[in-house]
Design a protein. Structure first.
Lengths: 394, 394
């Protein structure tokens, strides 16, 4: 099993410590699984304390032995009862804490109240934006893992071409393609940070199902199998001459990529074919324009302008229920920073990784594509690559 | 697609209203997907207001059209900006609200702060235990759906016998069995309520992997594929003469059951065979003893006593990192109420559904079984059923 190297953890912690110092926060207590993995290399049930200055302390409830195997941190301490945290911090010399950061974007409120009682007299603040800022910039180690996830996605698209046949149901095809991902090292679980952002492996739907909107913050809906997960594959039978939309997340060693391709057995109406060409035009334009310093908002507006030029504004990124983004950061969660969306003023930086998904939705189907890119000093580099056109099958 | 009947929603809402009135809470605002589905029949992005008295109001941001199709509630109102909530409640006659309940066990803290600002002057309290209390008692409609999920689990156990062969890796077998569940209507996503309770379809591991503890609150660990989801199937090759542990969640129409069976190609050491017999003894005893009025704590102690009688205390519900429960409520989330655990004083009631999983873990493997039961006035009725012994394959 691949363990996160110490040099990676050190460098991530160092970047967070710089931000903590800048913001006048004395330290952070990190408890969410993805953040624990990122900064400690393990999700064993823990409290990770990262001081603005000094060595981080990993307090582990369960499993201590496994945390020691998985984490390259030097200070790993068994801690059965979180109530002992303040005393433990003091015992390790952290007696001066006035302001303590928590992941308030994901921490359940009742748990926050318990920490508030525990750290009475200390100001508890939201440090989640600092964590998300650090996590947005990927190292070469991380980009390397994402490229391996990209290979998984390529293999899956090849596999779709093998499995797709007229008369198969969406969910039957989904079960086969998801099994391919799983057999190639996918954990069977896609991490999202946003509250209620429930998802399985992704989105595989066809024809008219694609225009059915969903709770999920994305351009494509899908019927799903039940109102309890009302998105993605349903029982609809896939026919010839309609779009089959495969939008899945490849994952290797915890690192994800997002990629979408459209398949069709037979032929499609001209307006869908043309809209797909516009998607490719937008993708190529954004790939050319994306570089350090450009904002997510600027990229989004460029995409919108191309859609408008082609008279496709009403179909861009949804139909009836449109979303106002065209890309999203990705790494160990599906909804990382940066967001390529309306009004976003944060400039891109080298090392940021995001998926761009210019898509068009019509009542009879959806077209478009999605690939994952890393920002390099000179522009965007593709992490996922595959034939960009509609993939026609006999 | 199966939609929740109006009579179901009405009866659930009525029960919550009784508890709200008892606790002096004027109403609740519900936003989490599972709770929205339970009380409104839809997870379209919404705020569901349930007053202690009067008609519930479903305020929908996205998709309003789909919420209207999915929900049998009569008052469904489009609401783009949550900031308008207080005015909307007042406009519907709810001007007297002094105390408002929220799902504080799952609501992210930063979101809670926004509601606190929005509803200034109103006391915001945690209503999650009321919701969990209502949800713990299942209707015949719900039990019927769980029985269908039970059929899915039975089919999956049959399927394991077809796929299992010496030399297959855990994750390869998992990919095949999970594809079976998926093709039978599983959404590919298992809902948990607890923070950080990340899981895929469940737990399929073998031999020595089974004793490796994990972050997940359960007796069995497993290596997983990465420290970012360090549980369940890994790359270990499954051999003859070792235990293969299949602990998966069947799901139909959003409703789950949990069931575990142990498979073996060849034969097992005597102490594992005997421990499995003790698991069955415990399961039969608990099935006989479980009835309305008995507490989860009492059932747990009975299980512990049998393990002790057989000298197996050190292996019961984990090895090295033992957990102190033997069963958990289940329905639309994997970790519902009641909990059959140490010290739990809440008495069982008719209609409660829980999975019971007496398991024994040894360095070389694990044995035991798990089935899902509903509490009937006269005792426990099994919702999942399958051959209880170790399933030996040639």
């Amino acid at each position: 099993m691949l363990l996160t190297p110490k040099s990676e953890l050190d460098q991530r912690i160092h970047r967070l410590q710089q931000l903590l110092a800048q913001e006048g926060i004395d330290g952070m207590i990190i408890v969410q699984n993805a953040d624990l993995f990122y900064f400690a290399g393990t999700i064993q049930r823990s409290h990770l304390f990262i001081p603005a200055e000094g060595k981080p302390l990993l307090f582990v409830k369960r499993s201590y032995e496994r945390a020691k195997e998985e984490s390259a941190l030097s200070e790993i301490i068994p801690l059965d009862n979180p109530k002992d945290l303040p005393a433990m911090l003091a015992a390790h010399g952290f007696t001066y804490i006035n302001t303590l950061g928590f992941e308030l974007d994901v921490l359940p409120t009742s748990q926050f109240f318990r920490y508030q009682k525990l750290f009475s007299g200390i100001r508890l603040v939201d440090g989640s934006s600092l964590i998300r800022t650090v996590r947005a910039i990927k190292s070469e180690y991380e980009i390397g893992l994402m490229k391996r996830a990209g290979e998984q996605s390529r293999g899956a698209f090849d596999y779709v071409s093998q499995c797709l046949r007229a008369g198969i149901s969406e969910v039957e095809l989904a079960s086969q393609v998801e099994a391919f991902y799983r057999s190639q090292g996918h954990p069977g679980h896609v991490r999202t940070r946003g509250f209620n952002m429930d998802i399985g492996y992704g989105q595989l739907s066809s024809g008219t199902s694609l225009a059915i909107p969903s709770f999920f913050e994305g351009p494509i809906g899908g019927t799903g199998l039940s109102p309890l997960l009302s998105m993605g594959s349903g029982t609809k039978i896939i026919e010839r001459d309609e779009t089959v939309f495969v939008d899945y997340v490849g994952i290797r060693e915890g690192y994800m990529v997002d990629a979408t391709r459209v398949f069709c057995m037979g032929k499609l109406p001209d307006h869908l074919v043309r809209a797909h060409e516009v998607s490719i035009e937008i993708q190529h334009l954004l790939k050319t324009e994306g570089r350090p310093g450009v904002t997510g908002g600027e990229l989004y507006e460029k995409a919108v302008a191309v859609a408008k030029k082609h008279g496709l504004s009403d179909h861009f990124m949804g139909y009836a229920d449109q979303v106002s983004f065209v890309g999203h950061g990705i790494g160990i969660e599906l909804d990382e920073w940066p967001v390529i969306a309306k009004g976003v003023k944060t400039p891109l930086e080298a090392g940021m990784v995001f998926a761009m998904e210019p898509k068009f939705v019509f009542p009879e189907g959806a077209v478009g594509l999605e690939d994952t890119f890393v920002v390099r000093p000179e522009g965007l580099e593709a992490i996922t690559e595959y034939e960009e056109g509609i993939i026609y099958l006999p």
